[in-house]
Every structure is written in C-alpha cells, then in structure tokens.
Design a protein around this ligand. Structure first.
Ligand SMILES: C[S@@+](CC[C@H](N)C(=O)[O-])C[C@H]1O[C@@H](n2cnc3c(N)ncnc32)[C@H](O)[C@@H]1O
Length: 223
C-alpha cells in the first residue's frame, strides 16, 4: 500500500458511521443491491444488512463501483433475526414503507442509531417487517407512479441522513472504536494478507506511520 492509499483509506474510515445502516429485505436484483451499497459507501455506512432466505451471498454487478469491498454486508436468514440483531445493538428501524402511518422521511431523526429498512422490488416491505419497525417513512410521490425504484428510495433517504449527521457534526470526529478502525484499516489495505492471518487464526500486525506492515517476529510481512 502506498502512503497516499493509506491516507485515503484513513480519510474514509474517519467518516464511517457505525450507527447508520440499511436493511434490505429480499432486495434481490444485483443492480439494486449494488446501487444501494454504493450509496451506503458514499454516506459512510460501515456495515449493511440483508435478509436473504436462500442463505446465499448476494451477487453484485458493476453498478456497485466496487463498493462491496468497502461496506461490509451481513446476511440474515429472516427479517425477525435481522431486526433483533439491530435492536440488540441499539438501532431504531425506520421502514421505508408506503403505509397509512408513514411520516415524511425528512421528519424523523437520523442522528440516532438508525437502520433504514427497504423492501423487495415487487412486494415492498413485508407485513412482518412493517410490524417490527419503529417508524414508517415515506418519500412523498406526486406523479402517476406509486413508488420509486428501491435504490433510488435508498439514496434519497440516506442523503437526508447524511445531511442531518453533517449538521450535527457526526462526520467531524472518528466514530469507529479504535479496535474496529485498526482491524478494518488492515483488511482494506491488505485484503489478501488479512485473509491469510484470519485463516491462520493470528492477530493482525500493526501498521507503521505510512501504512507499512510491522511484521511481528516470525510473521509474514508485506510492503
Ligand atoms: C419498488 S418499491 C415496492 C413497491 C411495492 N409495490 C409496494 O407497494 O411497496 C421497493 C421499495 O422501495 C422503497 N420505496 C420506493 N418508493 C418509496 C417511497 N416513495 N417512499 C418510501 N419508500 C419507498 C420501499 O422500501 C419499497 O419497499
């Protein structure tokens, strides 16, 4: 890793928001999933969530711009498990859902720990997910068509979250805990080496001031 690359990775990690995320409920089209992850990266989401009942790892396409490398994706077997996982970590779940109880997406607070729940392309948010959510939010529609493409809806909402968080100064200080920051920096900077350390069950080495690996005695080194 060059020193420039190291500085770029650090600048991005400095703005990551561990308490802002998306939960995609059966969003199955690769271009939609990819576009949502790309937006998630742009607003500083650290880890995204998906419900995929088939259990498989979702597939991406070129729409992602490679963002699947920078936003971790946690796949859950069902919506109840996903919501429980998030609520145990203090997240409020805002379902982007065109229901009678939905409020304008700009009327809710995104400076709190928030997961934006997005529904499937055809069926939308499931009744189970709608019931589990803390709030329902809607992007007002004034045209002939009832809904937006899911990745467009995600972008509109996530950039409102970014706007609120910017105003609250949440991008002005490092939000990741030091251990997560250190681990992620190594995984982003040295993905192959990180995989090797994980396979061997060894802790990641420290990085030097320009991002160079400081090999522990007897460990592999990379420049
Ligand atoms: C194409 S829409 C699904 C439409 C589906 N027929 C329905 O009735 O929900 C896919 C997802 O995008 C999000 N979405 C689309 N338009 C939206 C809007 N105007 N407000 C909030 N969310 C929206 C929702 O999460 C929705 O579940």
């Amino acid at each position: 890793m060059t020193p420039e690359r190291y500085r770029k990775l650090r600048a991005v990690l400095d703005k990551r928001q561990p308490d802002l995320t998306v939960l995609m409920e059966n969003v199955h089209k690769p271009h939609n999933l990819s576009a949502i992850l790309r937006t998630a990266d742009a607003v500083g989401v650290y880890e995204a969530h998906a419900v995929n009942p088939t259990g498989g790892v979702p597939t991406y396409n070129e729409t992602s711009g490679g963002s699947e490398k920078w936003v971790y994706l946690r796949v859950h077997p069902d919506i109840a498990t996903a919501v429980q996982h998030l609520k145990e970590r203090g997240f409020l779940v805002y379902a982007a859902h065109l229901s009678d109880e939905a409020v304008d997406y700009r009327a809710v607070d995104y400076t709190r720990p928030v997961a934006v729940l997005l529904g499937a392309e055809k069926w939308g948010v499931s009744p189970e997910a709608a019931a589990l959510a803390d709030r329902h939010i809607v992007i007002p529609m004034m045209g002939m068509v009832q809904s937006l493409n899911v990745s467009v809806a995600a972008a509109v909402i996530l950039f409102e979250a970014q706007r609120q968080r910017q105003a609250a100064g949440l991008y002005d200080r490092v939000r990741l805990d030091p251990e997560t920051y250190r681990r992620t920096l190594f995984e982003w900077g040295y993905p192959k080496l990180a995989a090797l350390y994980r396979k061997e069950g060894r802790p990641y080495p420290e990085l030097g001031p320009d991002g160079e690996v400081r090999a522990p005695t007897g460990g592999p080194a990379a420049g």
